[in-house]
Structures are given as C-alpha cells and as structure tokens.
Design a protein around this ligand. Structure first.
Ligand code: F6P
Length: 360
C-alpha cells in the first residue's frame, strides 16, 4: 500500500522555534502513523512549492533541531498579493503549487508562517488542497491565537538588548531610542519595553505626539534622571502621519530624507531638548539564535496538535492557543486579519500605571 505523504514548508521571515515546530510536527506524525507516512520537506516556502523544490525527509532529519535557530527547510518571502499575478517569468504560481502538490501525491501540507503565509494557505485550502497551518511570527500578530511561536524568544532578546542599552545610557547620560521589529503591530515592543524597563514605548496602535515624547524625556532629566530609554516599534508613526494613508506616509518620509520613525524621533528630541541622543537598531538579531524554553514548549504543543488535526483529517485549519488552550481556528476566519494591540490592553494599562509614556 502506498504511504501517506505529508508536505511541510516554512514561509516568510524566519524566527526561533521554526525547527522546534517542524520537529514537533514530524515526531508526532511519525508517532501516530509509524512507517505508513512519508514527510516531504519543501524548500524555501511557497517558492519551493511553485518550483517543485523538495527533499524526501527521514526521521533522523528531525533529530537535534529542537534548539537550533532558523529553519532546516529554508524560507522566502513570496507575497500573497503576487500569488495570482503572472510576472515576467510567465509562471502561474497557483497552478504550479497545485501541480506540485498533486505530482508529489501529498495528502496534506503543513504551512508554518505568519500572516502572509496564512493568506496563501487559505487560498490553497479553498483551491481544494488539504492544508494545516501553524502560527509563527516574532510580531505575535496572527488573529485568533493568544500567542505565536517565535514571539517570546524575540521578547527575551529585545529585553536583553534594552538591558544592555540601559547601562550605557546611564553611564553617558543619553537618550537611547531603540527600534524593535514590528511593522504593523506593537506587541514585541510593548512586551520587551516593559520587561526591559523602557521609560517610553511607542507602538503603531498608539500614534505619538513628539512634543509629549520630548516632555517625558525632559521631565525625567529635570527630576535628576539624566538618561531615558525609548522603545520604538519599527512601524510607529506620529499623530500627523496617522491622518495619512500608508503610501502618503512613506512618500512624506522619503521627501523628508528621514525614513524611519526611530531616526526622526532621535533627531527631534536632540533638537528640542539638547539632550544627547543615540539610536540602536537590533534588527534581525531579534529573530536569530536558539528558541527560548517557552517557545520550545509551545512549538512542541503546536506541532503535536497539527499531527492530531491530520489524524482527524481536519483540514483548512490553523493551530492556535485560545485562552491558554491549544486548539485550532478555521484558516478562512483568520487569514485576512491582523491582531493589533488594543489601546486598552491590560499591559498598556499596566505600563501607564507605572508612569511609562506612550507619547500620547
Ligand atoms: O514578520 C517578521 C518581521 O521580522 C517584522 O517584524 C519585520 O518588519 C519584517 O519581518 C522584516 O522583514 P525582512 O526580514 O524580510 O526584512
């Protein structure tokens, strides 16, 4: 009898915990189906599915990867909005993905990724493929799940960055503006900002007023605290920019010659207060290295649950944690949505309660 065949891919930006999740899925799948299953690793996410780039995996491929960063399968960004567009290479991406799935005789495809990955996963599911998603991203912005794997590792790294900046900020009596990844949602900045003891936290969900930001720095300086730590989400913008459309905002920044919020905030603080200011951009360091213990546990839980969905032939779902329980959501319910930080989220309230400014 032919073996059951399962495809697995990782798509979008990498993060700690991808390998731990791949391992969780694989181990639980082998445990459930024994030698009746074969796992096919698709290289570089949907790009590999389009171009039929894959490797037949063996159980040993999944050993020793619990603690390793990155993804053994490789990953690429293959934007959802381009999936249905035929580009210069004349490749019909959707058709090719479906063809690879059929040619490889897959019975199911596990897709590990963030919002973009989930949109394509949902599309493939609607096209008739058996798809099960797993929610990955350091941004923690996938709708319908309390948490995504990769997020807490990045929080730990972001916290360490802020800790290290604290001592140098203190020594030099400087304002340090630290840019934390997160273009749309401010979860990572909020969590690492609180954990690292930032004085000001700026996130896209709460547009800032630069005068309020400078006042908060000045107030600290006047009180004898001659340094301040500002944690800024990559995608933060001010109250004026909040009135603009995304494209307009990008154009206005390009025209001003200062593209990032971080650089602009630092320049404005220095100009308005005279306080010496520096910027720090940890960037992809936030996504590198070994997953935290929390993420290893979460990845294993998510992986095992994905194998359970496979056993139950419950396709068109993505694994989730809801109110602390591991469960699943229909892909169609989460695919086109983003989980933002609610303005009245309890962590925002906690931060305000201890005097952290959001620049509003
Ligand atoms: O989606 C995760 C993320 O790290 C975002 O926080 C960030 O805006 C983006 O990816 C960076 O993407 P890239 O690695 O493609 O530059």
């Amino acid at each position: 009898m032919a073996k059951m065949r399962i495809g697995i891919l990782t798509s979008g930006g990498d993060c700690p915990g991808l390998n731990a999740t791949i391992r969780g899925v694989a181990k639980a799948t082998y445990e459930t189906f024994g030698d009746k299953v074969e796992i096919v690793g698709i290289h570089d996410g949907y790009h590999g599915l389009i171009h039929c780039d894959y490797k037949i995996m063996s159980p040993s491929d999944f050993s020793g990867i619990l603690t390793t960063g990155g993804t053994i399968l490789g990953t690429k960004r293959t934007p959802y909005k381009m999936m249905q567009i035929i580009e210069d290479d004349n490749v019909d991406k959707v058709k090719e993905m479906k063809m690879t799935y059929r040619d490889l005789k897959l019975d199911c495809l596990f897709t590990l990724g963030g919002n973009g990955t989930h949109k394509t996963a949902n599309m493939l599911s609607e096209e008739g493929l058996n798809v099960i998603g797993l929610p990955k991203t350091i941004d923690n912005d996938i709708f319908g799940t309390d948490v995504t794997f990769g997020f807490h590792s990045a929080v730990d790294i972001g916290t360490e960055v802020i800790d290290r900046i604290h001592t140098t900020a203190n020594s030099h009596s400087r304002i340090m503006v630290i840019e934390i990844m997160g273009n749309k949602a401010g979860w990572l900045t909020l969590y690492s900002g609180i954990a690292g003891g930032a004085d000001i936290i700026l996130i896209p969900e709460i547009p800032y007023d630069i005068d309020k930001v400078t006042k908060a720095c000045q107030k600290r300086a006047d009180a004898g605290k001659d340094f301040s730590i500002i944690a800024v989400a990559e995608g933060a913008y001010d109250v004026e920019e909040a009135k603009m459309k995304k494209k307009e905002r990008a154009q206005s920044r390009a025209d001003s010659g200062i593209v990032t919020a971080t650089t602009r905030i630092a320049k404005e603080i220095e100009a308005k207060t005279g306080l010496e200011t520096r910027t720090v951009v940890p960037g992809h360091i936030l996504r590198g290295g070994s997953p935290s213990a929390y993420d290893r546990v979460l990845a294993t839980q998510f992986g095992a649950h994905a194998a359970k969905l496979l056993k139950e032939e419950k396709f068109g779902f993505t694994v989730a944690m809801v109110d602390g329980k591991i469960t699943e959501n229909p892909l169609k319910d989460v695919a086109m949505k983003t989980k933002f930080v609610p303005e009245n989220h309890q962590l925002v309230k906690t931060a305000r309660a201890i005097g952290i400014s959001f620049g509003d």
